[in-house]
Design a protein around this ligand. Structure first.
Ligand code: KG4
Ligand code: ZN
Length: 341
């Protein structure tokens, strides 16, 4: 069975084909980052219009490169939510139209289920049950996965998502959009011993997160340091490093706590912030040292992509899930409302 995946929930146009006999056979992502950079964040209307321009040509190019035609596909999966409604509508309209034209089923995929299942596109694939740390621009969640489609929320961000905290802190350090990767690059030049940022909500029990205070802390430290020190570039790098260390340590503590709480030993990492090198390294070291296992997809499958949508769609289609013609995209869509497989 071959499934085309289309991702258009935010500012990346992602297209891929998943083949259950051969794995991922085609993958392409077009990022709108440059389009939105001038505005310091995603402008929803510009995002929708750019998806309209890019999605169909990207599908054509992706299929052409591997010599596939519409008739070779057995289903079309598109991101149906959560996300920007205009952007979602583009993927939904195209995905459903193509499926109708090709005479195959269409399936609206939950974007977060896509992220959660991305580690299964790698070898070795993780075994279930496990705990997943989902860290993206809009979500920070610890989820127990008992089976594909059975997700139990253990804890989540009470304010800014971790990706959002990266982006906002990057902005106040004068870095462009998207800020996460830029901040991580700057942190490489920072002195880890210069500043120590708080590890929010690690002192009290529980699995929730709060990252909004970190950017305020960064702003206060930045103002004082810029007034006191002459080496302003180094100040910014030192703050970037202190921020990243605080985020990485906080996430690691909460992951260990979630494993302890559930009695599980396996952890998966998913979502855009999962591309962060220090986070991957730290989780691996600490959790393996305690006899656990950590699985994460390659960085390109952590950030938004069509492959995870094709794969999640395939999982649902092969279990016979179908959607009614009246199915509409959902800008808000609780993960635990998904039917189990
Ligand atoms: O999953 P994703 O691509 O889109 C959403 O579904 O939100 O995540 C995007 C987020 C952005 O906030 C971006 O700054 C962050 O992931 N990000 C990173 C890194 N790469 C992407 N944050 C820290 N370090 C990175 N290397
Ligand atoms: Zn995402």
């Amino acid at each position: 069975m071959r499934v085309l995946g289309i991702e258009t929930s935010c500012d990346e146009t992602g297209v891929a084909v998943y083949d259950d006999a051969r794995g991922l056979v085609a993958q392409a992502v077009y990022s709108q980052a440059r389009l939105h950079a001038a505005y310091g964040g995603v402008v929803p209307e510009l995002a929708s219009r750019d998806h309209i321009r890019k999605t169909l040509p990207l599908i054509r190019q992706t299929l052409d490169e591997v010599g596939l035609r519409g008739g070779d596909l057995d289903g079309v999966a598109y991101t149906a939510g959560p996300g920007l409604i205009g952007a979602l509508l583009v993927g939904a309209a195209l995905g459903r139209s193509l499926a109708w034209a090709w005479g195959v089923p269409a399936i609206g995929v939950h974007h977060l289920e896509g992220h959660l299942l991305a580690p299964w596109l790698e070898t070795p694939a993780p075994e279930l049950p496990l705990v997943a740390l989902l860290v993206s621009g809009g979500h920070t969640q610890l989820i127990e996965i008992a089976a594909i489609g059975r997700y139990r929320l253990l804890g989540e961000a009470l304010d800014d998502a971790v990706g959002e905290a990266f982006d906002k802190t990057a902005k106040l350090l004068g870095l462009g959009y998207p800020g996460g990767p830029a901040l991580a690059r700057l942190a490489e030049h920072g002195d880890p011993g210069r500043y120590r940022f708080p590890r929010p909500m690690t002192e009290r029990p529980g699995l929730d997160f709060s990252f909004s205070g970190l950017k305020t802390h960064a702003l206060t430290v930045l103002r004082t340091a810029l007034a006191e020190r002459a080496d302003h570039d180094q100040v910014r790098a030192d703050i970037a490093r202190a921020f990243e260390e605080a985020v990485v340590e906080t996430l690691t503590i909460k992951c260990q706590r979630a494993l302890q709480y559930t009695g599980l030993r396996r952890l998966t990492l998913a979502g855009g912030v999962g591309a962060n090198r220090r986070l991957r390294a730290r989780l691996e070291t600490e959790i393996v040292a305690q006899g656990g296992q950590v699985f994460y997809p390659r960085p390109a499958l952590c950030t938004d992509n069509g492959a995870m949508i094709a794969f999640a769609g395939w999982q649902r289609l092969r279990h016979g899930h179908a959607e009614p013609l009246a199915f509409a995209p959902r800008p808000r869509w609780p993960l635990d409302s998904l039917p189990p497989l």
